[in-house]
Ligand binder design. Structure first.
Ligand code: ADP
Ligand code: MG
Length: 729
């Protein structure tokens, strides 16, 4: 009888090539057709409504009910023209997915008919029966209900036949129950703080926007093989699997030709993304086999976050058509590079200046340095919080895995900017600078653009790297919602910019000239945050020792790393900037550690089941074949000959027995460890127990299983192997 694995392989090999109808049109002809963008607003809204919505998008102004009614009428007309029947508030609850609750447009009209109805109240606010979304106890303590509220800064869009309205999700007492609410708040905080600092250099700056360009890595796996791997289905990663004889050693996958079936999938999902106005631009193979990346052109951060969530949905949906499964898990395969989601982050003014792009003259370059130095200082002061913003159970195996940034947060600036900072430290004094000293320093500052032009040094091992005109936060996991890292990065940098303004103003008030005051404060910050700057190899063992000497924290345990969310320091920071209340922080912490615990628990159960129900029975069967073979040889050979001829088989029989015994023992121990952990009421202690005393069994058990996979007859092995998962497509 063929195993499930062979059925899956057979299905894969006999599958007909997919016929895909790709539009013959140019991208520009269908780009954004499913988005209620400015052009459609102009067409479907009155001038008054249009201006009001634009003002709300650009200045954060309120939209009153009368206007909301007009807007909803316009949206309805557009949606019905496009054959849409349902609408939903679309939001990003804290369980990491996106949520929707579809309602039909029609309302009963009289007893016999219905009319299409969608008024302002339905656009503006909804009350999803969402009591099962994670809230970290918030809605129990405060109010039993949460509601969703329209976010006009992200446009309404259509998926299949449903109109989706981007919303925030908050409790009736105003606590954020989602990712978007704090992100929007952080964008407002950094806007104000950055614009105030910009005014030292340019009075015309009234608004600063955050730009985000994400790079999404993912694995593809054939659907039939995926369906034959219960661990992939239930946990998103393989909990066992012997390394393939060939995997990524030759690095021949990176930027290689994209396989045909994969490029058909990419083309197809890109078209869907374009229709939603998502500017996905680059695509390529990644380092590991069957690993790929896509990245859009950067956008305003709130929109970029929505687009990333949407792209992940679109990819999963389109993959079904191509009989693929997309794995967004950070580490689906042991020993193979994992997936990340680099967050490219920068700040733009309303005068169209990228604050992380060196300018054309000393003045704009001083502004550039100001933003660089303050960012570095923020990362230094709040590295633990930034780490907390990116850790998760699934990201844990990737971080520090010699392929991804370590759990030590450091920042890379490149040699020219580093030299510039060193020069400021050397040349700026607290005394009044002589005019020629000042001129020299300014001239040198003015030289930055030329130096940067041929400054191609890039450090791929840094978790937070400056890459010419932006910072790249690389520690973010591939399955994460970018909101979390973006919110905390915005918050910490905004807080730092406020401190900077205060420090500089106080020197100015003492009679120091503005430029000198700025130089003096920058010098102070450069010295204070020196230890976070690291230009070397972040993957090396030396760095771990060096970081320790520098006093940088290296927290590899997720549960421990998450504690930064509820430290006094974080609570003070958030309170000062009106971003999270202590309750909200605690709720977020609770949700994260509870999720962590559940994920380890699920993996432990799945592995236990597979070990006992799939692996051990297979091992027995193969062992029996060997035993039969040994018996048979003894029947037909002389005693001496048989002794010789059965030696290998006997060793293997014993070897298999050992592994079976160990698997049984370890599975039982793991069950006991779980029982012990489950008795703990305190969530924090329970999570720690799972991390320290349950999780290690996963590795131990899989090692025995992987050894068995190597020994047992290939035809009998029940689960698709790494070489099949990674190399068939
Ligand atoms: P790489 O893999 O070399 O880092 P990619 O081209 O794959 O580069 O991705 C870079 C991402 O950074 C893209 O999303 C790009 O739009 C974005 N990006 C480029 N410039 C900026 C900027 N100033 N601010 C934010 N994101 C940016
Ligand atoms: Mg990158």
């Amino acid at each position: 009888m063929a195993t499930i694995r062979f059925k899956a392989l057979e299905e894969l090999f006999t599958r007909q090539a997919l016929k895909i109808d790709l539009p013959a049109n140019k991208t520009s002809e269908y780009y954004g057709v499913n988005v209620f963008d400015k052009r459609k607003m102009k067409e479907y809204l009155s001038n008054e409504a249009y201006n009001n919505v634009i003002d709300s998008i650009e200045q954060g102004g309120r939209i009153d009910r009368k206007i909301a009614d007009q807007v909803s009428t316009g949206i309805k007309a557009w949606a019905i023209d496009k054959g849409v029947s349902h609408y939903t508030h679309w939001f990003q609850p804290l369980n990491g997915a996106t949520a929707e609750k579809h309602d039909a447009f029609f309302e009963p009209f009289d007893n016999s008919s219905v009319i299409e109805s969608f008024d302002g109240s339905k656009l503006v606010q909804q009350e999803p029966d969402a009591s099962s979304f994670p809230s970290g106890g918030l809605r129990n303590t405060f109010e039993a209900r949460g509601y969703t509220a329209w976010d006009p800064s992200s446009p309404v869009f259509i998926i299949e036949k449903t109109l989706c309205i981007p919303t925030i999700f908050v409790s009736y007492t105003g606590e954020a129950l989602d990712y978007k609410t704090p992100l929007l708040k952080s964008l407002a905080v950094i806007d104000k703080a950055a614009a105030d600092v910009c005014n030292y250099f340019d009075k015309n700056v009234t608004k600063v926007n955050v730009a985000l360009g994400w790079e999404q890595e993912y694995f593809l796996v054939d659907e039939a093989l995926y369906n034959a791997r219960p661990d992939l289905i239930l946990t998103g990663r393989t909990l066992m699997g012997h390394a393939s004889a060939k995997d990524q050693q030759l690095e021949d996958h990176y930027f290689g030709a994209i396989p045909l079936r994969v490029s058909a999938f990419m083309r197809d999902f890109e078209i869907e993304a374009y229709k939603l106005g998502i500017p996905v631009k680059t695509r390529h193979n990644e380092v590991a086999p069957n690993q790929f990346e896509c990245a859009p052109i950067y956008e305003e951060a709130n929109l970029a976050v929505d687009h990333n969530q949407l792209v992940m949905d679109v990819m999963k949906r389109v993959a079904r058509k191509h009989k693929f499964k997309v794995l967004f898990h950070e580490k689906p395969y042991k020993g193979i590079n994992g997936s990340g989601k680099h967050n490219n982050w920068s700040l733009y003014t309303n005068t169209n200046v990228n604050l992380f792009s060196p300018g054309k003259n000393p003045k704009t370059n001083l502004q550039f340095l100001t933003f660089i130095v303050n960012t570095i200082k923020a990362v230094y002061d709040y590295s633990d919080l930034l780490r907390a913003s990116i850790v998760s159970y699934s990201n844990e195996n990737r971080l520090g895995g010699n392929e991804a940034p370590p759990s030590i947060i450091s920042a890379f600036l490149g040699s020219s900017i580093n030299n510039m900072l060193d020069e400021i430290v050397a040349k700026v004094t607290n005394k009044k600078m002589k005019p020629d000293e000042k001129t020299e320093l300014k001239l040198n500052v003015g030289k930055i653009p030329q130096i940067l032009l041929d400054n191609t040094d890039r450090n791929r091992t840094s978790p937070f790297a400056f890459t010419g005109n932006r910072f790249e936060f690389r520690a973010v996991g591939s399955s994460a919602n970018c909101s979390s890292p973006m919110t905390f990065l915005n918050l910490t940098v905004a807080n730092q910019l406020k401190l900077f303004k205060k420090d500089v103003d106080s020197l100015i008030n003492k009679g120091v000239k503005k430029d000198e005051a700025i130089f003096q404060i920058l010098k102070k910050y450069i010295i204070e945050s020196k230890n976070i700057r690291f230009e070397g190899n972040g993957y090396s063992k030396d760095w771990i020792d060096e970081a320790k000497k520098r006093g940088l924290s290296n927290i590899t345990d997720t549960v421990e790393a998450l504690e930064a969310f509820i430290s006094d320091e974080t609570k003070k920071l958030c309170d000062k900037n009106n971003l999270f209340t202590s309750k909200e922080l605690e709720a977020r912490f609770d949700i994260r550690i509870e999720t962590y615990t559940k994920q380890v628990q699920i993996e432990a159960r799945v592995l236990g089941d597979l070990a006992i129900n799939h692996i051990i029975p297979t091992a027995y069967k193969y062992q029996n074949i060997l035993i039969e073979n040994i018996k048979g040889l003894k029947d037909v050979l002389t005693e001496n000959e048989a002794k010789q001829a059965t030696k290998t088989q006997l060793d293997t029989v014993k070897n298999i027995s050992n592994h079976i015994t160990m698997i049984n023992v370890k599975v039982n121990e793991m069950v006991e460890a779980r029982k012990k952990a489950n008795k703990i009421d305190d969530m924090r202690k329970k999570a720690k127990e799972y991390s320290r005393n349950v999780k290690p069994y996963l590795e131990e058990i899989r090692n025995h299983i992987d050894k068995l996979e190597f020994i047992v007859d290939n035809e009998m092995w029940p689960l698709p192997k790494y070489r099949e998962l990674l190399f068939t497509r």
